[in-house]
Design a protein around this ligand. Structure first.
Ligand SMILES: [Zn+2]
Length: 396
């Protein structure tokens, strides 16, 4: 923590003192106490870290959860100074009595309160959920910025997206792109990833922008920066190609099970219809990658129907029940996205199904399986081109 109390209750921000002054405090044996639990805390002021306070060994304290270290303290202080320099009303480690929480930073803008949390440690998901629920109760909007050590970029648009990070995806209101934030106090890079699409387990694509903190202002953080429909189409074309051609060795888990399931269905990845593995922005709500759940929907449900027969969203949902995530696992996403409906929208557009009512669809055309990899690669390309001609439809 950056602030601690003196015996009489006065708050002290250690980082506002210079080395000499801190040395003097040490010599004079000043005593500091945790504002949350009142236990004595000690000064941490090494040469390469921002001066801060820490609890003495394993004291249990709500402010201590996750055991955030100097990297976190430094980042928090920099974000604080950055906001302060823009004349934003911001408090460091303010205690919110009504919910007994202490966000890293509390901003008040036009009577609206925003809690900014700088998260570096791998805190249990249940604690993150509780903190978000507290903010919700108090009418506070949370913004979570992750330590950039957690950011693992693989190409210009690809990055690792693990289960832990998924819960920090924001959507500020329905229809806006999914967004993640990262900050590195060492390089001062502030990274914004928007328009996130899961491509495979632990993998995603997104529009990544990285700027020095001092080159942006707080409102800039919310500027929308999505893929153009054409960009997304190109990226997804590559994903589909990879999907068809990637050599798969030592398969295990879900992916192995999926290949075995295909085998039992008497088909193979190379022959699958091109409508399997389409970009669905709400795909984060599925536990399995798009090629997995979409192929199950196509082969187990759609392919079994004769042309003209109807299917309901409910029956599909039941069939895919083991693939669906709980919306409460995404505390920062208010909207109730429906990936199955989004996918059916794409299929409607491709004239595979027709929408009869909000919940019912009719099969219009049979699925086209391929006989060779050349044929399927060509088919994938044609299908993505068909989607590109309707840019408003691809961002289902
Ligand atoms: Zn404490």
């Amino acid at each position: 923590m950056l602030q601690a109390k003196l015996k009489e209750g006065k708050l002290v921000t250690l980082a506002t003192f210079n080395r000499k002054e801190i040395e003097q405090m040490k010599q004079q044996k000043w005593k500091f106490y945790c504002p949350t639990c009142n236990h004595e805390v000690i000064m941490k002021a090494g040469s390469k870290m921002v001066p801060h306070f820490a609890h003495m060994s394993k004291i249990h304290c709500p402010s201590n959860e996750g055991g955030e270290g100097p990297y976190h303290e430094q980042g928090k202080l920099m974000l604080y100074q950055w906001l302060k320099s823009q004349n934003i009303n911001v408090q460091l480690e303010a205690h919110l009595k009504e919910i007994n929480q202490r966000p890293d930073l509390l901003l008040t803008i036009n009577n609206k309160r925003i809690a900014m949390e700088y998260q570096c440690a791998r805190t249990p998901a249940e604690q993150i959920k509780q903190r978000n629920e507290g903010y919700k109760r108090a009418g506070i909007t949370p913004i979570w910025i992750l330590g950039a050590k957690r950011f693992n970029r693989q190409t210009g648009n690809h990055f690792r997206l693990d289960q832990f990070t998924l819960q920090f995806i924001h959507q500020f209101s329905s229809g806006l792109p999914l967004t993640l934030f990262y900050f590195c106090p060492q390089t001062l890079q502030f990274i914004i990833i928007q328009d996130i699409y899961l491509t495979s387990t632990g993998q995603a694509i997104g529009k990544i922008t990285s700027t020095k903190l001092n080159n942006i202002s707080f409102p800039d953080v919310f500027i929308q920066n999505s893929f153009s429909p054409n960009q997304l189409n190109q990226l997804w074309k590559n994903e589909k190609r990879q999907f068809r051609l990637k050599t798969r060795k030592n398969l295990y888990g879900n992916e192995l099970a999926w290949h075995q399931w295909l085998y039992l269905k008497g088909t193979h990845l190379e022959y699958l219809p091109s409508i399997i593995y389409l970009p669905v922005a709400s795909g984060y709500l599925m536990k399995t990658p798009a090629w997995n759940w979409q192929s199950r929907l196509c082969l187990d449900v759609l392919d079994r129907l004769a042309t003209g027969q109807t299917l309901s969203q409910r029956s599909i949902k039941y069939h895919l029940r083991k693939h669906i995530q709980q919306p409460r696992d995404f505390p920062l996403i208010p909207s109730e996205d429906n990936p199955i409906e989004n996918y059916l929208q794409l299929l409607t557009h491709l004239n595979i199904v027709k929408k009869l009512s909000p919940s019912h669809y009719q099969k219009k055309n049979s699925l086209q399986f391929y006989k060779s990899i050349e044929e399927s690669l060509q088919g994938d390309n044609d299908l993505m081109n068909a989607l590109a001609n309707h840019p408003d439809k691809i961002q289902a």
